[in-house]
Design a protein around this ligand. Structure first.
Ligand code: SF4
Length: 495
């Protein structure tokens, strides 16, 4: 449950902050195209969404709290005419979960009205905002995108690329941004390329940009390229053009996009994520083999990893948990009795496949360990004789400052406890995490091109001391823990 009163079945998972989409096409119904693009990006944010469109002269916008299918209907799409558009779907931390923080944000610049949609997190947003406020700016929201919009509104350049290049030199942190002007869609990416941004081509002319390639399939677009770190793409009636807004710095693509956030049917950094996650399961089986009867995933995100584990270990793959298909965040709160049932609201055990079996349970990550503990208990209650938990991510020891809500450092299981303590806490027979090198090998790109900060504390963009005050505590992580089946779980009072 979040503080905003929303019951969130994914409370104990890392959460992406946003998905962005943009389209320009001569004969395109931009609002409808954005709707279906955002629909495919819904996993990147479920609290609010919005679409801004232009008919070449005027920008119109609609945004509200809720899922894409709740916020938009035919009547609303009819009020958004135009062939150019951008869209945004947002997850926010609880304190800022309010309608006025929904995106896109709008403002007036030297090139006319614009709308801005942002995925990521500016680590110097507070500093930039403070200096703008001292200069007389008044803010309506508490989000970074308004800081960007206000910075853009102050630029005196007649070319939007120059204005964007100028503000990119002031921004620090992770940002993939879509901007709508009356005649253009523009995308740009931070100099480390932490958050993804891809450009695609529509079959009848026109272009799209999106956080992930999974947004291209429903609108019939094909991937053209991934925007390079620090690059700007401007899409207008003459096609698209690229420029370098700021020099690229150390590349640092977010490893967690590969492990969990992005959809498995998306291609990122030239790699199909389904393939990368299968490889992670294969690496995990080599690093932490188990003597077991069946490999089961935590659906849906654990499936490719479990298949990979099964392939290398030779242990048959099976299903032991069925996920409710339509579960999502809701303002209807479970009562106390249902809350005590915990994970059963989301997952149902297939008792016939579990009873008497020695299971390998493959999941993508452990954040607070609350959910993993409930799943392990559910499996033992369903008759499993052993539950060997295997995680296709390294232990999450540090918080993310680049746009992912991981929980506070004090809440992260691997920041508080050793692997053996986590194993005891979740009550598993054994517990093994994929190593950092194993994750890198699975994606198949050089290690120094990834952000791995939540695993190793090596932040590619320096984070001000005041916002990272507690990250320097010594982590208590290892790699593997095991015990004979049946040993009772330790209880920790801090959860
Ligand atoms: S700290 Fe972790 S979640 Fe955040 S950008 Fe880096 S790899 Fe991704």
């Amino acid at each position: 449950m979040t503080a905003s009163g929303v019951w969130d079945p994914d409370f104990d998972t890392p959460r992406e902050e946003c998905g962005i989409f943009g389209v320009f096409g001569p004969d395109i119904e931009a609002a409808r195209t954005c709707f279906f693009g955002l629909f495919a990006l819904q996993h990147r944010g479920q609290e609010s969404c919005g679409i801004a469109v232009s008919d070449g002269t005027k920008i119109r916008m609609h945004k509200d709290m809720g899922l894409v299918s709740q916020v938009f209907n035919e009547d609303i799409l009819r009020t958004l005419p135009g062939h150019i558009g951008i869209g945004h779907t947002r997850y926010s931390t609880t304190g800022s979960s309010v309608r006025r923080n929904a995106q896109p944000m709008s403002c007036t610049t030297m090139v006319g009205d614009i709308a801005v949609a942002h995925n990521g997190n500016l680590i110097n947003a507070a500093e930039l905002r403070h200096s703008l406020e001292q200069d007389g700016e008044v803010f309506d929201t508490t989000n970074d995108s308004e800081v960007m919009a206000k910075l853009l509104s102050r630029e005196k350049h007649n070319h939007i690329e120059h204005a964007i290049g100028s503000i990119m030199r002031k921004l620090q942190g992770a940002y993939s941004v879509a901007i709508l002007t009356p005649r253009q869609v523009i995308g740009f990416r931070d100099p480390s390329g932490i958050r993804p941004l891809v450009v695609g081509k529509l079959p009848d002319g026109g272009y799209v940009l999106a956080s992930e390639t999974c947004a291209f399939n429903p609108v019939g677009a094909d991937l053209l390229f991934e925007l390079e770190p620090g690059q700007i793409v401007v899409i207008d009636e003459s096609g698209y053009r690229l420029s370098q807004g700021v020099p690229a710095s150390r590349p640092a693509m977010c490893m967690f996009e590969f492990i969990y956030f992005a959809r498995p049917d998306s291609t990122m950094y030239g790699t199909l994520l389904y393939q990368a996650r299968t490889q992670m399961g294969m690496e995990l089986a080599r690093e932490h083999p188990a003597d077991a009867d069946v490999v089961i995933p935590v659906p849906d995100t654990g499936i490719p990893g479990a298949l990979g584990f099964s392939r290398v270990s030779g242990i048959p793959y099976g299903e032991g948990l069925i996920k409710s298909r339509y579960i999502h965040r809701t303002f209807i709160q479970p009562d106390q009795r249902m809350r005590e049932l915990g994970v059963r609201l989301k997952l149902t055990p297939l008792v016939e496949n579990i009873r008497g079996q020695r299971l390998v349970l493959v999941d993508d990550s452990i954040v607070r360990a609350t959910t993993t503990k409930q799943i392990v208990r559910l499996l033992f209650e369903s008759g499993a004789s052993e539950v060997h938990v295997r995680i296709t991510a390294p232990p999450i020891v540090h918080p993310c400052f680049y746009g992912i809500d991981m929980a506070r450092r004090g809440e992260l299981a691997a920041a508080k406890w050793s692997v053996e303590e986590i194993r005891q806490h979740i009550g598993a027979t054994s517990l093994g995490y994929l190593s950092i090198d194993g994750a890198v090998r699975a994606v198949g790109k050089p290690k120094n091109t990834f952000c791995l900060a939540c695993f190793n504390g090596d932040y590619p963009i320096p984070v001000p001391v005041e916002v990272q005050k507690d990250i320097f505590e010594k982590p208590k992580v290892g790699a593997f823990a095991t015990v004979r089946s049946g040993q009772p779980a330790l209880e920790f009072d801090s959860e």
